[in-house]
Design a protein around this ligand. Structure first.
Ligand SMILES: [Ca+2]
Ligand SMILES: [Ca+2]
Length: 232
């Protein structure tokens, strides 16, 4: 190739790199295990993206009882699981009500026939679930301000599968709708280990105080120098 052709190749590579950078920056990030053996790696990538340990974990192990209906109850972090009028959101240890699959640890949340359940919480920066024996769950992420995106999970009828979301530079997440169950001819499924929270940003007042402190120190040093107390 001539020098001119190499220049064109280099330019195209730059354009491609720029487009990759812009797409990764401008949209929500989804971490979905491509196979159950990929759960741990997917969750690690999700943790790296959010940059912290999740603020809240609801794993249904402590403070819940087998058979407890949590539909419309307020859980840790203000989480409310809601849905259609016939919604069933019951804590279970039964593998038969999870299509033969086991909860993570002892207890999980069983959805049964529900076509749709909504997870409401205070606006969130990140949220993750393990779906259990779900044929093809669809996650719709609703952002503050009204926009939403839908992500279709892949079939997993055996081992729980991790799916995590990080809003990136999208508005905060105010609701997640999970659709599965009877609507995809899969009456037995559930979820476990809901992890969610917000990412703390520095308090404006604190940033302002730090800036003011820096200015005062600089001013004090200048004053001391001008008075000849240091630098001789
Ligand atoms: Ca559990
Ligand atoms: Ca199932």
């Amino acid at each position: 190739m001539s020098g001119n052709q190499w220049t064109k190749v280099g330019y195209r590579a730059l354009v491609i790199l720029a487009s990759i950078a812009s797409t990764s920056q401008g949209s929500i990030q989804v971490f979905h295990a491509t196979s159950p053996s990929n759960n741990s790696a997917s969750r690690s990538s999700w943790l790296t993206a959010i940059g912290q340990s999740p603020m809240y974990l609801i794993d249904f192990e402590t403070g819940f009882s087998d058979g407890q209906d949590i539909h419309n109850q307020t859980l840790a972090g203000g989480m409310i699981v809601s849905g259609a009028s016939n919604a069933v959101a019951t804590v279970t240890s039964s593998t038969s009500s999870l299509g033969g699959s086991s909860p993570l640890d002892t207890l999980a949340l069983r959805f049964d026939d529900d076509a749709e359940l909504d997870f409401f919480a205070n606006p969130l920066d990140y949220i993750a679930f393990y779906d259990i024996n779900a044929l093809a769950p669809a996650f719709t992420i609703h952002f503050v301000g009204g926009n939403s995106i839908t992500y279709n999970g892949t079939a997993n009828q055996t081992i729980p599968r991790f799916t995590g979301f990080y809003r990136n530079d999208q508005p905060q997440i105010e609701r997640v709708t999970l659709v599965g169950g009877r609507s995809v001819a899969d009456p037995n499924w559930g979820i476990d280990n809901i992890e969610f929270g917000t990412i703390a940003v520095p308090e404006p007042a604190l940033s302002w105080l730090l800036a003011l402190g820096g200015t005062l120190i600089t001013w004090q040093r200048k004053r001391i120098r001008s008075e000849g107390r240091i630098g001789r």
